[in-house]
Every structure is written in C-alpha cells, then in structure tokens.
Design a protein around this ligand. Structure first.
Ligand code: SAM
Length: 288
C-alpha cells in the first residue's frame, strides 16, 4: 500500500518537464550531470540501506531526481544543500510534496558543517559535483564516526582509488585515508548514458561505514601529512620521500622513523598496508 508521501511524489511532473520549465541548462562549472530515471535514483537511495529514523543530507539536489528517491525511503528528514539558485525554485513543488520532510538550503556544501546542521542519526547521500567530490569526502571522513553512512557517487576512477588495495597502481592517499576510518564498498555502477548530459566517464556509487576505533589512532592531520609526503614521490623509497616531512624538528630521520615503526626504509609507499601507515603516523606524533 502506498503512503501519502508516495502519492504526493507520484503526482509530481517528470524531471524533464521540471528542467524545461525552470530552464536548468546544465552548467559544467557546477558539475551538473543530472539523473532523470527515477527507477535509478530510487535504486541509489535504497543502496544506503534502511533509512528509517535517519536524517539525510543531500549535496546538490539539482532538479531533485535523487531527492525523490531518498524521500521514497521514508527517512526522518532530508536537508538538501544546493549552490545553484535556479534549482531552488524548481525544488519547491518537491518541498511541498514532502509534507515537511524536505528542507532546501541554498549554500556551498564546502562551507557547511553537516554535523551542526543535522541531528543524529545522520547520513549523507549524494550524486556529487565531481569538481568538489574529493574535498567534501575528506571533510566527512574526518568525522565519519558521526555518520551512520555516506553513500556517494564519484567518477569511476575516483571510486577505484578509494577502494584500491595495497600494491595496486591506484593505491594512494585516498585509499589509505578512506580505508583507515571506514569500509568503502562499491554498490552501484553507472554508464555515462545514465546522465543528462552524459559525462565522458563512468560513475560509481560508494557506500562508506565507519570502522570501530580500536587501539591508539593518530590524528587525521598526521595521516594526511604522512601520506602526502609518502605519495608525493610515490616511485621513491620512503627514506627519500619522507624527508619532505621536515623530521629533524622531531629529532627523527626517515631511517629512525621507519625503524621505530617497523617499516623498511627501502620500501615504496604503495607497498605498505594501512597498519604500517598508522604505525608511522603514531611514531611521528610521539617524536621518535
Ligand atoms: N542530485 C542531482 C542528480 O542526481 O540529478 C544533481 C547532481 S549534479 C552531479 C551536482 C549538483 O551539485 C548540481 O545540482 C550542482 O548545482 C550542485 N553543486 C555543485 N557545486 C556545489 C557546491 N559547492 N555546493 C552545493 N551544491 C553544489
């Protein structure tokens, strides 16, 4: 049996009409590639699991296709942050259909504090604007324990870097940071033709769940600095690449740092696993 919300959503015009009426010609500068197939947006929203009682943040609702899919999962609330003022008016019928569940905020998502904005339990679902996807992800991963889940669409190449295993060509900073704090899983793959206009690349939805924090953990900033140094010169051995950390101020050299952390100084960054990076970061914080 369909709910009053489903009935109200069913009565909304197709997304192509919304786009035509509000003249939402896609802007490349805002990473606008819209999803118009409501079966697909419902599938993406469902890939986040059971959202009952969860407060959802959506970044970049655009004409509202994914927002409609999220609302169909009957979460506690949806707060959608959109930078393009043209979309705000286009989303008003959806706000009305939502019966108080949907709130639109006109803002730059890079400047929004998702934790302050939404009560717990909170989750993020978004078809991200590709030009700001990585900085947004890193900002959320820093506080991943505050989120029930992140379900985010990226260019396939970025999803591959997030889920890469040690030793593979894609293994780097993004994989280490993401897999250190969470379990990222690829849940939906989409070809370019799924979007209007179609981008040049394939896309992948990745679902992130926080990992339990066992044992001593370094600060997020230390892991960022360490991985930046180690992968800044990814072909070089650690004894060379770690020099850029300015270790002498900590009374360390790359060799002593590696020795204390139980890591070979002749190894290359891509050969280390995540526990090895954690040991290096903890050693760095302890100053040797
Ligand atoms: N969610 C819609 C969909 O799936 O069809 C649109 C996704 S489109 C890839 C990205 C959306 O993010 C656009 O609506 C764009 O205007 C918006 N956007 C771009 N940069 C943004 C920012 N910094 N803050 C908030 N929204 C942004």
């Amino acid at each position: 049996m369909s709910s009053a919300l489903d009935t109200a959503l069913d009565a909304l015009p197709p997304l192509r009409e919304v786009i035509a009426e509000h003249e939402l010609a896609a802007r490349k500068s805002l990473g606008q590639n819209f999803l118009l197939d409501l079966n697909l947006t419902a599938k993406i929203a469902r890939s986040a699991g059971d959202l009952t009682d969860v407060n959802i943040l959506e970044v970049g609702p655009g004409p509202g296709g994914l927002t409609r899919g999220i609302l169909r999962t009957a979460p506690a609330s949806v707060t959608a942050i959109e930078k393009d003022s043209r979309c705000i008016a286009a989303l008003q019928p959806l706000v009305e259909a939502s019966g108080g569940r949907l709130k639109i905020v006109e803002a730059d998502a890079l400047e929004i504090d998702a934790i302050a904005l939404l009560p717990a339990p909170r989750a993020i679902i978004a078809n991200l604007p590709y030009n700001v996807a990585t900085p947004l992800l890193l900002g959320w991963l820093r506080h991943i324990q505050e989120f029930r889940s992140l379900t985010l669409m990226f260019q396939r190449e970025v999803a591959e870097r997030i889920t890469a295993r040690p030793g593979s060509k894609d293994f780097g900073r993004l994989a280490i940071i993401a897999q250190w704090v969470s379990r990222p899983t690829r849940v939906v793959e989409l070809p370019p033709q799924a979007f209007t206009p179609p981008p040049k690349v394939h896309s992948t939805v990745v679902d992130f769940r926080a990992l339990p924090r066992d044992g001593a953990q370094p600060k997020f900033e230390t892991m960022e600095r360490l991985t930046a140094a180690a992968f800044g010169q990814r072909r070089k051995m650690l004894r060379q690449s770690l020099k850029s950390l300015g270790l002498s101020t900590y009374g360390l050299t790359p060799e002593t740092l590696c020795a204390t952390a139980g890591v070979e100084p002749t190894a290359r960054a891509e050969e280390l696993d995540i526990p090895a990076f954690v040991r290096l970061a903890l050693t760095l914080e302890a100053g040797g």
